[in-house]
Design a protein around this ligand. Structure first.
Ligand code: UD1
Ligand code: CA
Length: 454
């Protein structure tokens, strides 16, 4: 079977009340359309055609490398009209599967039988049974139970509106026949649109059988029309991801308060506390513990690492047995080696911290290389920026930086050097010596505090 997929994404999405085209709104951190294209790819289609209209330029730009064919639908004259725009590029002997750009959770396994039905010469329609079918097209049956057509809600009689079996919109048919049927559509209906759903009645009158395949999961076939549905689908997506993580051996203290907006690879016995937000490519080693309210974005974390509450770690590499937080911010291009400790209110940017070093309190470390077993005292600041350029700070192994020190870069502190507390270091500090810059302490004997005048 050669499969061509048409994804309908030209609609405005009026109910989103948004300047952004609907299919660019995100679910799990990625545009709705990205999820649909993923499912389309998983079906190994020969070609994928995306019909765009509203916000076409921004949709196309967001998917510049998607390898799909763009089809412009200048005016949104209906789903049948949208499909017709894509048909000229599709060969007659293909099976065509129609998908919607705003139904992001659809899975390959659900669509495969639909395509297989079409490959056998039937029209396949994905249906669902809903308690409240309001707004959907209803599936009509002949007396023998076979499908006779689909009626849109606005065209339906009150009897037809009582039908709970609905059209999800996913449809598969052979391209040659579909081309004939969409070319012959008319718009004499309540909405004055060319309905793709009318193809079903045309197939029936051509003697082509129509088979309904009922979706096993409602969430999977739910479209997103407004921000309430977007939020509902986001939760259902996150619940699936949380379950997948738990099945692979990750403990989530509360799966309802877990957000993965990308991918998570995790070793055994990882524990993730509530309100973690994981973005991009996150890799955790074994026995990692992630505290509450932690944001991890594109990070690799080794084994036995503890990240305490309220840390934000981005584009960083963390070695084994490191301990971070609470309230630490690790910014891009930071590498913390094994057994490093980074404590509260510490910000680290574009720096390498070698094994066993500690930066435990209230510090800013930027553009720095810090050796092994270094102790950075509370309140240490690397002054890496002169107002025009950034400069590096290099600190050797076993150095000890006293509290409240400013290291004015470019500057090097040698191996085993000690910097006295409160120093402003503007020149290199030699190895193994004590360096400090501090005005001498004075005591004024007999000095009296001023007293308040009466
Ligand atoms: C459609 C179906 C309805 C089904 C419902 C499921 C038709 C006539 N009706 O109704 O039976 O129950 O979906 O959600 O097919 N689109 C275009 N170009 C257009 C019109 C629509 O690309 O000219 C796209 C939209 O962007 C959207 C999809 O097609 O992704 C569905 O369009 P929408 O207007 O939401 O269809 P419904 O009226 O909901
Ligand atoms: Ca819709």
């Amino acid at each position: 079977m050669k499969l061509s997929i048409i994804i309908l994404a030209a609609g405005q999405g009026t109910r989103m009340c948004s300047g952004l085209p609907k299919v660019l709104h995100t679910l799990g951190g990625r545009p709705l359309l990205a999820h649909v294209i993923d499912s389309a790819r998983a079906l190994e289609a020969t070609d994928i055609h995306v019909v765009i209209g509203h916000g076409a330029e921004s949709v196309r730009e967001s998917f510049a490398d998607a390898g799909v064919q763009w089809v412009m639908q200048e005016q949104q004259l209906g789903t049948g009209h949208a499909v017709a725009q894509a048909m000229p590029d599709i060969a007659d002997d293909h099976v065509v599967l129609v998908m919607y750009g705003d139904v992001p959770l659809i899975r390959k396994d659900t669509l495969e039988p639909l395509c297989a039905t079409a490959a056998q010469g039937f029209v396949g329609v994905l249906t669902a049974e809903l308690d409240d079918p309001t707004g959907y097209g209803r599936i009509l049956h002949h007396a023998d139970g076979s499908i006779s057509g689909i009626v849109e809600e606005k065209d339906a009689s009150s009897h037809e509106r009582g039908i709970r079996e609905i059209n999800t919109g996913f449809l598969a048919a052979s391209a040659g026949a579909l081309r004939r049927w969409v070319d012959a559509l008319d718009n004499s209906n309540a909405q004055g649109e060319f309905y793709l759903t009318d193809v079903v009645a045309r197939a029936v009158s051509d003697g082509v059988g129509v088979r309904g395949i009922c979706a096993s999961s409602i969430a999977e076939v739910m479209g997103i029309n407004d921000r309430m549905q977007l939020a509902t689908q986001e939760r259902s997506y996150q619940r699936c991801q949380a379950e997948a993580c738990m099945r692979r051996g990750v403990t989530l203290i509360d799966p309802e308060r877990f957000d993965l907006r990308g991918t998570l690879a995790a070793g055994q016995d990882v524990i993730i506390d509530v309100n973690a937000v994981l973005e991009g490519d996150v890799r955790l080693g074994e026995r990692v513990s992630i505290g509450p309210n932690v944001v991890l974005r594109n990070v690799r974390i080794g084994d036995d690492v503890t990240v305490l509450a309220n840390c934000v770690i981005e584009d960083a590499d963390i070695g084994n047995a490191a301990r971070i937080g609470p309230f630490a911010r690790i910014r891009p291009e930071t590498r913390l080696a094994d057994n490093t400790h980074v404590g509260n209110f510490v910000e680290i940017k574009k720096s390498d911290v070698a094994a066993g070093s500690k930066i435990n309190h209230l510090s800013y470390i930027g553009d720095s290389s810090i050796g092994r077993n270094v102790n950075i005292g509370a309140g240490t600041i690397t002054c890496n920026y002169d107002g025009a350029n950034k400069h590096r700070t290099v600190i050797g192994d076993n150095a000890f930086i006293g509290s409240d020190t400013q290291l004015v870069a470019p500057v090097t502190v040698g191996d085993g050097a000690t910097i006295g507390a409160g120093s402003t270091i503007t020149q290199d500090a030699p190895a193994a010596e004590l360096t400090l810059s501090r005005s001498e302490q004075q005591t004024r004997k007999g000095w009296k505090r001023p007293v308040k005048k009466k």
